[in-house]
Design a protein around this ligand. Structure first.
Ligand SMILES: CC(C)(COP(=O)(O)OP(=O)(O)OC[C@H]1O[C@@H](n2cnc3c(N)ncnc32)[C@H](O)[C@@H]1OP(=O)(O)O)[C@@H](O)C(=O)NCCC(=O)NCCSC(=O)C[C@H](O)C(=O)O
Ligand SMILES: [Mg+2]
Length: 291
């Protein structure tokens, strides 16, 4: 399956301990749900959250939304039980936190391979440590890997950098992970925007991530979904340009030419490939019926 062939504009974290939020997500226009057993769940609630999540997933109702479960790390008191539970839940993917080395992924891939219901379960890796950034190419190329997810809070903490609206201190890490994801043919999702009621700030950060090449934004509140969905979807102007580029290129090709000119710019095969991808993404979004 080509994981990049469907939209990933928004991926919503939900603390697995919040039954009401787990229910609400069944009607939210989000492309993926990140059911969180890790940092959003207090230590005293870990065991109950695992049970609550298992029941919610068994009940279903999440439709086309991709179901991703973020487990606790292997070195924590909850990691083993989470992984055991996940093999029963058989989500679309397991999200592994604080990955620093590819062998952490291989270990989970081996475990999933031994679980009868997890033949199709992918692995997503949170990149939120300096080691994770430096080893991102190996991590992205590990078995079952489908996505790198930027953990910009933990990464900022580990780097000791300042939070800035332009995210300059994080830029080398964001781009290193994008390069690794693209080289491996997998997704790269941007980190969360903590000020969840600040729409202008969120939009600006989404636009920055989109311009870098991110596939979508991880979000923490339902109020953030619509902005991510709009920013990471092709605009009307982009769709119009894509259609005209394809038409111009096909007309030139019919006359035996390998290059077309449109609006004073050349159109080559590579631009047509991008144009077709834009139209395919727009069609996939339209078929999902979410804004
Ligand atoms: C941030 C929140 C604690 C705010 O919650 P709350 O005060 O309940 O917000 P609202 O009253 O505005 O909620 C309105 C309704 O929306 C539902 N809701 C809220 N959040 C979610 C959600 N995430 N998913 C689904 N539904 C949600 C409420 O239940 C209300 O519904 P209703 O009662 O029917 O009206 C809260 O949003 C929250 O907990 N968000 C998730 C935080 C989280 O998961 N954090 C961990 C991931 S971020 C991270 O760790 C990134 C990475 O690792 C890094 O290092 O950067
Ligand atoms: Mg984190």
């Amino acid at each position: 399956m080509d994981i990049t062939a469907r939209p990933w504009r928004s991926a919503l974290y939900i603390p697995a301990s919040r039954a009401r939020a787990l229910d609400k997500a069944r009607s939210l226009p989000v492309d993926a749900i990140l059911f969180d057993l890790e940092d959003a769940v207090a230590p005293s609630e870990k065991d109950a959250a695992r049970i609550t999540l298992r029941e919610a997933l068994a009940q279903g109702g999440y439709g086309a939304r991709s179901r991703i479960v973020r487990v606790n790390g292997a070195a924590t008191p909850w990691g083993a039980a989470d992984l055991e539970a996940v093999t029963d839940m058989a989500p679309d993917a397991v999200l592994v936190p604080k990955v620093s080395h590819a062998h952490e992924i291989t270990r989970i891939a081996d475990r999933l391979a031994a679980a009868p219901g997890c033949a199709e379960t992918g692995i997503w890796a949170m990149i939120e440590t300096p080691g994770g950034v430096l080893n991102a190419p190996d991590i992205a190329a590990a078995p079952r890997m489908q996505a790198l997810v930027m953990g910009t809070n933990d990464l900022g903490k580990e780097l000791g950098c300042r939070g800035r609206p332009d995210r300059l201190p994080l830029m080398a890490s964001l781009q290193a992970c994008l390069l690794a994801a693209r080289a491996a043919g997998i997704l790269c999702l941007d980190g969360v925007y903590n000020a969840f009621r600040d729409e202008d700030g969120l939009r600006a950060e989404c636009e920055q991530g989109r311009d870098l090449g991110m596939d979508g934004k991880t979000v923490i509140h339902p109020g953030q979904i619509a902005i991510a969905n709009v920013v990471f979807a092709p605009t009307g102007a982009e769709i119009d340009l894509a259609r005209r580029q394809i038409a111009a290129y096909e007309a030139a090709a019919a006359q035996g030419q390998g290059i077309a000119v449109l609006d004073g710019r050349i159109v080559e095969g590579l631009h047509v490939a991008t144009a077709r991808a834009t139209l395919a993404k727009a069609a996939a979004i339209a078929s999902r019926g979410t804004e």
